[in-house]
Design a protein around this ligand. Structure first.
Ligand code: NAD
Length: 319
């Protein structure tokens, strides 16, 4: 049985990761500044700690015999609205969390450390551009401060891995969605926000969508992301690795997919709002070299996500 620490486990992706690790029989300590919002954690232990604090990171890592693996996913983050309105919080809080965690992990001699980065480290792209590989993050020109901080944290983790001789594994996630992700409140990402708006709209209704609807993204279902995280962490693959679905769609196509799953006719009103980059196209050759493939296309992932968000909308309306 492995002893595993998962940070950010009061949140979306790490919450699913804990379930996945528990299903194979590992002993898991979950850590977050807040308790999970949608039911109890599947972890053996849940520690409520603020990882901006070095002493809290040390306590998170304290266990008899030491941890075999650390999955570090805690971050102060959200969708484009949050990323553009909370630049200072993102830069300060995430730099503190990431520096203190890797420093404390090195001090206790963690053998294997996973860090969740983002494709926000890449420059903006135009539709039709050939795919970017991981090396194309340099020369660096991220579109937002969240991406710059992730790049710095990637480099910090790699420097610690080199100096202290432990395995550091870094994934650059594309947009991830699924049940039990933030779906309202300003930190939700596009798939959750659109599921919520479609759930709230009547059949034949209209929803507001930020931008002109032409921005291109790929969306990865959370179960696929979690499989990629575990596979990468236990592999020999050094350096950052993109994880994401190869299916790229426009925002309007995302809305059409959600409307189809919901069984509703939905019209779109395009409004001013923070859209982020215009287009994306990334190589997945590195993660695919480990045998990973996204198993869910957008429609099948939304078919698992929309009913959960529609239920949250109904519960909120009833309360
Ligand atoms: P999330 O917000 O659901 O989870 C992050 C968790 O970190 C939250 O529960 C939050 O409370 C916790 N946290 C924040 N500050 C903390 C602190 N000071 N101490 C302890 N915990 C703290 O986000 P998520 O979507 O699950 O993202 C997980 C990771 O994946 C993050 O590092 C994020 O940057 C990265 N990522 C996510 C996506 C995506 O599409 N969801 C895309 C790219 C990268």
């Amino acid at each position: 049985m492995k002893r595993i620490l998962v940070t950010g486990a009061g949140g979306f992706i790490a919450g699913h990761l804990v379930k996945r690790l528990k299903a194979e029989g590992d002993w898991v300590r979950a850590v977050d500044i807040k308790l999970p919002e949608f039911g109890p954690s599947a972890a053996d232990e849940f520690a409520k700690l603020d990882l901006r604090d070095r002493e809290a990171c040390r306590r998170a890592l304290e266990v008899e015999g030491g941890f075999d693996e650390v999955y570090h996913l805690a971050a102060d983050m959200g969708g484009m609205g949050f990323i553009h309105s909370a630049e200072c919080e993102i830069m300060r809080n995430n730099a503190l969390i990431n520096l203190n965690m890797i420093d404390a992990a090195a001090a206790v001699g963690v053998p294997r450390y996973f860090f969740s980065s983002s494709v926000c480290v890449y420059r903006d792209m135009q539709p039709g551009e050939p795919e970017l590989t991981e090396a194309d993050a340099y020369p660096a020109l991220p579109d937002n401060e969240y991406g710059w901080e992730k790049l710095y944290a990637e480099r910090t983790a790699e420097a610690y891995g080199r100096r202290f001789g432990f395995a550091v594994r870094i994934a650059r996630f594309q947009n991830c969605y699924g049940p039990e992700g933030t779906w309202r409140g300003g930190r939700e990402k596009a798939p959750a926000a659109i599921c919520r708006k479609v759930a709230e709209a009547p059949d034949g209704g209209t929803i507001e969508v930020w931008g002109d609807g032409s921005a291109v993204r790929s969306y990865t279902y959370v179960d696929d992301m979690v499989e990629g995280i575990v596979l990468l962490t236990r592999s020999d693959l050094e350096g950052p690795v993109n994880i994401g679905s190869p299916q790229y769609v426009t925002v309007d196509e995302l809305v059409a997919t959600v409307a189809k799953v919901a069984g509703k006719e939905i019209a779109i009103e395009h409004v001013e709002g923070p859209v982020g980059v215009q287009s994306r196209n990334f190589s997945h050759a590195r993660i695919e070299s480990l045998g990973w493939r996204a198993r869910h296309d957008l429609e099948s992932g939304i078919a698992r996500t929309f009913p959960w968000i529609a239920e949250q909308v109904a519960l909120a309306a009833a309360s």
